[in-house]
Design a protein. Structure first.
Length: 87
C-alpha cells in the first residue's frame, strides 16, 4: 500500500472480497521486516532439530566481539505491535 492513505500509513494491506464484501487486513510487510531484521529471511536461516541443545548457552570468552547495530528493544517493540494488532 502507498503511504498516502490510512492502510499504507499503518503498514496494512487491505483487500475486499467482492462476493462477500468482507475486508481482509494483512501485515505481511511488517512480518517480512521482522524476519529480515532477525536474520531469518530466505537463504540466511539454517534448520535445526528441536530441541537444538539441552545445555544452557554460556558466554564465549574467546569469540569475536559483537558487531552490527541490532536493536533488541526495537525488535521486541515490532513483535509486541504485531501481536497486539493482529488476529
Amino acid at each position: 500500500e502507498e503511504e498516502d492513505n490510512a492502510a499504507g500509513f499503518l503498514g496494512v494491506q487491505m483487500e475486499r472480497d467482492t462476493e462477500t464484501g468482507l475486508l481482509e487486513l494483512k501485515q505481511t510487510d511488517l512480518i517480512d521486516r521482522i524476519l529480515e531484521t532477525m536474520g531469518l529471511d530466505a537463504g540466511t536461516a539454517k534448520s535445526k532439530w528441536t530441541p537444538a541443545e539441552s545445555k544452557p548457552l554460556v558466554k564465549d570468552s574467546d569469540g569475536a566481539a559483537i558487531s552490527g547495530d541490532f536493536s533488541y528493544s526495537s525488535m521486541v517493540g515490532m513483535l509486541l505491535y504485531l501481536a497486539g494488532h493482529s488476529r
